[in-house]
Design a protein around this ligand. Structure first.
Ligand code: NAD
Length: 365
């Protein structure tokens, strides 16, 4: 009998449940067609968890996630929970989960699906764009202390702290070097060494590791230059490794190269097999509940789940090809429709499932 894999599903807020619903259906199809055994369990997270339990993540959910093979995550947040003075925010659940799972490397592959090249705002030749951003996920400004806002006689004041240890920088860069060796052997280490102390430490570590990896071509790129080059010559990048905040911003920028935020997947990995998989977009409150969100970024995240946490590379590729196939067939959700007829979230999920079935030699459901 096939090995059982527990998959914790944290759908979250806004369009989170809509897009994770389709990714779960895709994983169920893969399980049936390729003889896997996946047990799904839903756990609350984010704003809805604050509403029902007063916290953004339950400790028991974190423990369950730690014992699982993988976590499939939707998105959290929304205007309902935006009060800046609130004691807890939806994002606290996401940050606690990343920290609690020890997933320090966030992989965000960026490629342009041929049929979507026209949806990109860039007019350059995008066929050669194929890079992956490795974003450090458990350090930097998001976690640095002190972090607070207070009042002074002259008005409000706030402080955030950006802090990195050499060990934190080294483990994510090593991840990037290993990845580069499995790709085109090019690594861009992105920092702000001209201004920030953490940037200088980052560059020192990258330089030391570069000497250990003479087969990988390394360049140090300032984050502002990187932002510019991503829109001018994105095809030059192979593996881009950077710290937490820079990675968050650069990957949103990179997302539009592919045509839409709704297209980009991500995998957050640590030292073992357990990983967390989520689209890079947020909860999109402006379109939530309408059944029009693009589920492909989450479905592609499920493909990464198959590859990195289940070890099912062939099945991951089948899902990725199925996504390419539906785009080739002209199917579009509203965000990538560009005036063409758009289909809804569930219809897009159905189309991907049919393409997977047909690749596996099974008739449409
Ligand atoms: P967003 O990514 O939610 O939306 C940005 C724009 O992209 C919106 O116009 C939205 O409609 C569109 N979009 C996003 N995903 C889409 C999809 N799958 N299909 C079609 N269109 C899509 O970013 P935002 O509006 O800045 O943030 C909304 C909320 O999400 C905020 O509360 C924010 O804090 C939260 N957020 C959460 C995460 C996360 O959970 N990882 C990440 C980013 C933002």
């Amino acid at each position: 009998m096939a090995e059982r894999h527990d998959i914790v599903v944290m759908a979250g807020d806004g369009i989170g449940p809509e897009v994770t619903g389709e990714a779960v259906r895709v994983l169920e199809t893969v399980a049936t067609l390729f003889n896997h055994r996946f047990e799904f369990r839903s756990e609350p997270v984010g704003g809805n968890c604050i509403d029902s339990h007063g916290v953004a993540l339950l400790d028991e959910s974190l423990q369950r996630a730690r014992r699982a093979s993988a976590v499939l995550f939707g998105a959290v947040g929304g205007p309902k929970w935006d009060d800046p003075t609130a004691p807890t925010r939806p994002e606290d659940g996401l940050l606690a989960l990343r920290k609690g799972l020890g997933v320090f490397a966030n992989l965000r592959p960026v490629r342009v699906f041929g049929p979507l090249a026209g949806a990109s705002p860039l007019k350059a030749d995008l066929s050669a764009v194929d890079f992956i951003v490795v974003r450090e996920l458990t350090g930097g400004m998001y976690f640095g202390r002190p972090k607070r806002v207070w009042n002074t006689p002259r008005g409000g004041r706030a402080v955030d702290t950006c802090s990195y240890s050499e060990a934190e920088i080294e483990r994510v860069l090593r991840y990037g070097f290993d990845l580069a060796r499995s790709r085109r052997r090019k690594l861009a280490s992105v920092d702000k060494a001209n201004v920030l102390a953490t940037g200088r430490l980052w560059r020192q570590v990258a330089t030391r590791l570069s000497a250990e990896h003479p087969d990988v071509q390394v360049e140090h790129v300032l984050v502002d230059t990187c932002a510019m080059r991503l829109v001018v010559r994105p095809q030059e990048f192979d593996v881009v490794v950077t710290e937490n905040t820079f990675g968050d911003i650069l990957t949103d920028e990179a997302a539009v190269i592919g045509g839409s935020m709704g297209m980009l997947p991500s995998a957050s990995l640590g030292s073992g097999r357990l990983g967390m998989y989520e689209p890079i977009h947020g909860s999109a409150p402006d379109i939530a509940g309408q059944g029009i969100a693009n589920p492909l970024g989450t479905i592609l995240s499920a493909a990464l789940l198959l590859r990195y946490s289940i070890g099912a590379d062939r099945e991951a590729t089948v899902v990725e090809h199925a996504v390419e196939q539906v785009l080739q067939d002209g199917l579009r959700t509203a965000d990538i429709a560009q005036g063409q007829r758009a289909i809804g979230t569930q219809a897009m999920g159905d189309a991907v499932i049919d393409a997977i079935r047909s690749a596996a030699g099974s008739p449409p459901a």
